[in-house]
Design a protein around this ligand. Structure first.
Ligand code: IYR
Length: 227
């Protein structure tokens, strides 16, 4: 068993006024993030993607197994294959698989089975969740809280890309098992989602949506004053 070793924590404390400002500034910036469906084909330097992936890789996760794999696709031929496979699934989804309730929930977003962004955007990042690890001799290594871990890392990647000045789209063709074969990923990895990354098209538009007010999605339980 590997023994725990400790080093000093590199923690940055700020005066409360500065904390408040930092929290508010970050919220203002995150509030501007929108899921984009109209991408420009403008190239993006690969090192920016690499740095954002490094940020995602710092995500807290189960037993530090880091149960994720990111496949960054910029090859137009592979992007085309992904588009073709995804659109085939989406046609099935919109024509048959989706319930009326689901289609009604999607109506305000104006989505359909056509996914040109899978070819237009400079990068598709296919994110895989490793259900278990594979040791040097091929032994299975148990992974913990895989969905939570990969979800957190994905959120951090989306955040990193946004603050670097890039747009993204979380795309989940379902089922997306075709990604294992197309991208040569092993059986211990399940496709989690495709993150489409690039610059938005000039004059891109996004659907009108609203976000819930804080009191509608958060509850504070505080010391009650004795009556
Ligand atoms: N995967 C489909 C449908 C879709 C589902 C949800 I939930 C969304 O938030 C958006 C789309 C598509 O990409 O069109």
């Amino acid at each position: 068993m590997k023994k725990a070793q400790f080093i000093p924590l590199d923690f940055q404390e700020y005066p409360v006024a500065e904390m408040r400002r930092r929290a508010a500034d970050f919220y203002a910036d995150m509030k501007r993030r929108r899921t984009v469906r109209d991408f420009s084909d403008r190239p993006v330097p690969r090192d920016i993607i690499e740095t954002c992936l490094l940020a995602a890789g710092t995500a807290p996760n189960g037993a530090n197994m880091q149960p994720w794999h990111f496949v960054v696709v910029s090859d137009p031929a592979v992007k085309r294959q992904i588009r073709e496979a995804a659109e085939a699934e989406e046609r099935e989804f919109y024509a048959r698989r989706a319930s009326d309730e689901w289609l009604a929930a999607l109506a305000p977003l104006g989505t359909d089975a056509s996914k040109p962004f899978l070819e237009t955007a400079p990068y598709l990042i296919a994110i895989f969740a490793q259900s278990y690890g594979i040791g040097p001799a091929g032994a299975k290594i148990k992974h913990y809280y895989v969905q939570e871990s990969v979800g957190i890392a994905t959120g951090m990647l989306i955040t990193a890309l946004h603050q670097a000045g890039l747009a993204s789209l979380t795309h989940t063709p379902s089922p997306m098992n075709f990604l294992n074969e197309l991208l040569g990923r092993p059986h211990n990895e399940r496709p989690f989602l495709i993150l489409v990354v690039g610059y938005p098209q000039i004059n891109a538009e996004v659907p009108v949506i609203t976000k819930k007010a804080l009191d509608k999605f958060a509850t504070f339980i505080e010391t009650s004053v004795a009556s």
